[in-house]
Design a protein around this ligand. Structure first.
Ligand SMILES: [Zn+2]
Length: 436
């Protein structure tokens, strides 16, 4: 077999092998597989060939060659930035000397019980364009990433292969171009952009993601404290996000994430840290734009937490920055006259209202002042109405009729009450003046 050329930029290894196979059309798929990857069923591993180390274009002794191949031509691009140094060494060693056949599980953080799905995906318009510009359609790495189900270039949904290929295939180049696939949703496009941003990162600090996600959830009013959480509320919140709908949308193997039950373990118990989970959580956080979401992810992955007043390094991240309630929470307090109103506006429990007030002394003081002013106006108006309804009223009768308002005023605004009572005689009816 004659090797034609290196893979195109952004082309998958499976795609490159399929091209080699097509150029030698007189041999079987199994023979091509054996020749290119040392295994007769290698074409079934379209996402990540287990015997990648045998690829003729790879220099097995060169670490950077292996990393480059993984990051530029396989879905490993998405997972690599999340790997720690020991796992990276393990993966490279396993590819290099074929010592460990499970390196793909290490790289993709997948378990035997719950493997991550990587169905073959393609964009018909991209295939059409590639055929004209590159001379052939090919499988794009960007389209095979685990959370990519939309073409960012053409803003459409990707086609998804129904089954694992049994031979070497290239994306269909014709026929489907006449029918434009459905437009991708905003969430699907964000998921695609974000997956590309993840690939561009050299290293991801998961604790940075955790801090930034918690801050964002707090600003959104979903959680109150960084350290405790009501799971039910997180589940309720996530279930109504577009990210949850997207998980269910195309039955692409992410359905089990739609209920959000994995979030507490990711954020608080720190047991789980699967790359796909971080991407899905990020989709659900409210960002002003896709660019904003990707920039925030990059900053968080680099250990930087974004704050309204600028950026803060994780090193300086402590509870001090958590003291002030976010603007939307403060705003809700400032237009509410009771716990019930705040609870309704923010869709939170009474306990949350109490915690907000406890964690932000200035909010507590301002709201108390606001409530006092509101209550005083209310009491004054009750007293005024009583006097206007009976201009011969005496102080004693007024106190009896408006007991609660009278007592409140006596306790909280005695001077004002005194001034109001000045115009009412203790016993004799004299025309009231202040109440007019
Ligand atoms: Zn496209």
């Amino acid at each position: 077999m004659q090797l034609l050329s290196a893979p195109l930029p952004g082309e998958t290894i499976y795609s490159w092998c399929a091209t080699q196979h097509a150029s030698n059309s007189n041999i079987s798929a199994a023979r091509s597989a054996a020749h290119l990857l040392g295994g007769s069923h290698a074409m079934r591993q379209h996402d990540l060939p287990a015997s990648l180390g045998r690829l003729p274009i790879l220099d097995r002794g060169d670490e950077s060659s292996i990393i480059n191949l993984l990051r530029k031509h396989t879905i490993g691009a998405f997972y690599w930035p999340f790997l720690g140094v020991p796992q990276r060494h393990k993966v490279i060693a396993a590819i290099s000397d074929e010592s460990d056949i499970h390196w793909r599980r290490t790289l993709c953080a997948s378990s035997r019980s719950r493997p991550t799905d990587h169905p073959l995906r393609w964009c018909a318009q991209c295939a059409f364009d590639d055929a004209h510009t590159e001379g052939r359609a090919y499988w794009h790495v960007a389209h095979q990433l685990p959370t990519c189900y939309a073409c960012v270039t053409h803003q459409t949904r990707l086609h998804i292969a129904r089954s694992t290929p049994k031979s070497w295939q290239l994306p269909p180049q014709n026929g489907t171009i006449d029918q434009r696939p459905p437009d991708a949703t905003a969430t699907a496009l964000l998921a695609a952009s974000l997956s590309q941003s993840i690939c561009d990162l050299d290293n991801i600090d998961v604790s940075g993601l955790r801090h930034a996600a918690l801050m964002q959830l707090r600003d959104m009013g979903v959680i109150v404290s960084l350290h405790s959480v009501q799971h039910d509320r997180v589940f309720r919140w996530f279930a109504q996000t577009s990210a949850s709908a997207w998980c269910q949308e195309h039955a692409h193997g992410l359905n089990h994430l739609a209920d959000g039950h994995w979030i507490p373990a990711l954020l608080w118990r720190r047991r789980m840290s699967h790359p796909v989970l971080w991407a899905v959580l990020w989709l659900a956080l409210e960002w002003s734009s896709p660019i904003d979401a990707c920039v925030a992810f990059r900053d968080a992955a680099n250990g930087q937490v974004q704050l309204p007043g600028g950026q803060l390094s994780l090193l300086a991240f402590d509870e001090q920055v958590m003291v002030n309630a976010p603007p939307n929470v403060r705003g809700a307090f400032m237009v509410s006259q009771s716990y019930g109103e705040v609870m309704a506006r923010l869709q939170v429990s009474r306990g949350d209202v109490v915690r907000w007030l406890e964690s932000d002394p200035s909010l507590r003081q301002e709201w108390r002042q606001l409530l006092r002013e509101g209550k005083q106006l209310e009491c004054e108006s009750i007293l005024r109405a009583a006097v206007l309804s009976d201009i011969h009223i005496t102080r004693a009768v007024l106190q009896h009729k408006c007991d609660a308002a009278y007592r409140w005023m006596r306790e909280h605004a005695p001077h004002k009450l005194y001034a109001m009572l000045q115009s009412i005689p203790a016993r004799l009816a004299v025309q009231p003046t202040l109440f007019d």
